[in-house]
Design a protein around this ligand. Structure first.
Ligand code: SF4
Length: 276
């Protein structure tokens, strides 16, 4: 039986670089990432969950649609787009009840001429492309920080298999929808040895790529030369994106900060995320 919680508000302003409003309609996340997950750390710190096992049990916001009915008229003119989600996963793998609520929220927003950007480590349902229920102005993304299933098993324990995750995004792209990818938190070589170019190749069809370093893991700073490592990766991402006409965005704090290495983001009207 699905557990639920009630909330007083749902639409809130975000200070995160690529979203001005956000919705988190689930407490907890069955993917159980062990980078660690910042959202889980915060939920634990503020007493919203007891422990990791509690986090793994998603609790739906049972009054999500009712809150949206009240909040959409209030915020509609201030919203560029709504991001789903920062503190949970909207298409949690093997959780159809989460998928159902997410689809209802996307439809509700689109019916009110509000665009969404979505990010998941799950699988996108084909219905997003196959019916006219959902607007074609949404942008759908996946997180992909490694092509190693072994890494996935260790750090994104219960998320969707990588090949299926990529294939579901490609399906939406092939159907004409806008897509993006988040290569964040990108792990350092002492967590997994890999070539960022291979990940980029797997994502070469998307419209935008966001790249960012890993935080909150002690192994990051124990890797000698970590700053140069992320600088090299960021340059590889930017070069690749320029060649493929993909919009790159390097998250703040990932590159070595000096006058010649600003964060890069190329404005692109195809993509409804703000540029920085
Ligand atoms: S998918 Fe996102 S919200 Fe869920 S556990 Fe992983 S990092 Fe946290």
């Amino acid at each position: 039986m699905t557990k639920t919680v009630k909330k007083k508000s749902l639409l809130y302003r975000s200070k995160v670089e690529y979203a001005n409003f956000c919705i988190n309609h689930v407490l907890g996340c069955a993917h159980g990432c062990r980078y660690p997950c910042y959202a889980m750390l915060m939920a634990k710190r503020f007493g919203r969950i007891k422990d990791y096992n509690d986090w793994l049990e998603p609790k739906l916001v049972s009054n999500a649609i009712e809150i949206l009915d009240q909040e959409i008229p209030k915020y509609r003119n201030q919203i560029d787009f709504v991001h789903l989600c920062f503190t949970t996963d909207p298409f949690m793998y093997c959780h159809p009840e989460v998928e159902d609520l997410t689809l209802r929220i996307i439809k509700k927003l689109n019916d009110n001429a509000i665009k969404t950007t979505v990010l998941t480590k799950g699988i996108y349902p084909k219905v997003l492309a196959e019916t006219k229920e959902y607007g074609n102005q949404n942008t759908y993304g996946i997180t992909l920080v490694s092509l190693s299933e072994d890494f996935k098993q260790r750090f994104e324990c219960f998320s969707a298999p990588l090949k299926e995750r990529i294939a579901s995004l490609k399906y939406l792209h092939d159907a004409g929808l806008k897509t993006w990818a988040s290569i964040e938190p990108y792990p350092p070589p002492n967590l997994v040895k890999q070539d960022v170019s291979e990940i980029l190749d797997a994502l070469s069809f998307v419209d935008r790529i966001i790249f960012g370093k890993m935080n909150y893991n002690f192994k990051v700073n124990s890797f000698a030369g970590i700053a140069n490592f992320y600088e090299d990766c960021a340059n590889t991402v930017i070069d690749f994106c320029r060649k493929k006409k993909i919009e790159p965005h390097i998250k703040k704090g990932t590159r070595i900060e000096n006058k010649t290495t600003n964060n890069v983001s190329t404005p692109d009207s195809r993509f409804p995320l703000p540029s920085y």
